[in-house]
Design a protein around this ligand. Structure first.
Ligand code: COA
Length: 143
């Protein structure tokens, strides 16, 4: 089995369908992506959508967001998902490493992400790759 990770450069039905198969494995409330949603993500200058392929099939995705603020260029990783049938094969690590490399190349000072404690696999993955838990509160205002 060989994992390859690439940046999604253009929207396609195959990619949309693959992401829509993966999304429910992360969130029970996320709405399926439409063609326009996917095109918007891919064309956003601040957003990089990574796709992992295993033996030719899309089995994972990760989204990297970069933004410039007064304290510097920062990066966030979001929506990391590997298909349940393809887990423990290094796909999540390959996606995350690709995102870290891209963030570094694009000048980000830091890469942040969140993962709730019950996500044991994800927390193990991030710690293995060097992420360190910060002593901070994470807030959200739902709109
Ligand atoms: C988290 C997730 C992306 C990991 O993807 P994956 O492809 O299975 O991860 P990898 O095979 O690359 O694992 C890399 C490392 O992460 C850790 N890890 C991954 N799954 C683990 C598990 N179930 N138990 C313990 N450690 C685990 C291990 O250290 C592993 O290295 P190792 O296999 O050499 O021991 C995947 O489980 C997933 O999609 N989960 C559901 C969605 C989710 O929680 N996303 C993250 C949101 S924050």
């Amino acid at each position: 089995m060989s994992v390859s990770v690439a940046v999604a450069r253009e929207a396609s039905v195959e990619l949309r369908d693959a992401i829509n198969r993966l999304l429910p494995q992360l969130s029970s409330t996320a709405k399926p992506l439409g063609d326009d949603d996917l095109a918007k993500i891919i064309s956003s200058p601040n957003t990089t959508l990574f796709v992992a392929t295993l033996d030719g099939a899309i089995v994972g995705t990760l989204t990297l967001v970069l933004f410039d603020i007064p304290s510097g260029c920062r990066a966030w990783i979001e929506d990391v998902i590997v298909d349940v049938e393809a887990r423990r094969a290094g796909v999540g690590a390959a996606l995350t490493r690709a995102a870290i490399d891209a963030a570094r190349d694009l000048g980000a000072r830091t890469v942040d992400l969140t993962s709730r404690p019950s996500r044991t696999s994800a927390n193990a993955l991030y710690r293995k790759l060097g992420f360190v838990a910060r002593d901070t509160n994470v807030y959200r205002l739902s709109l």
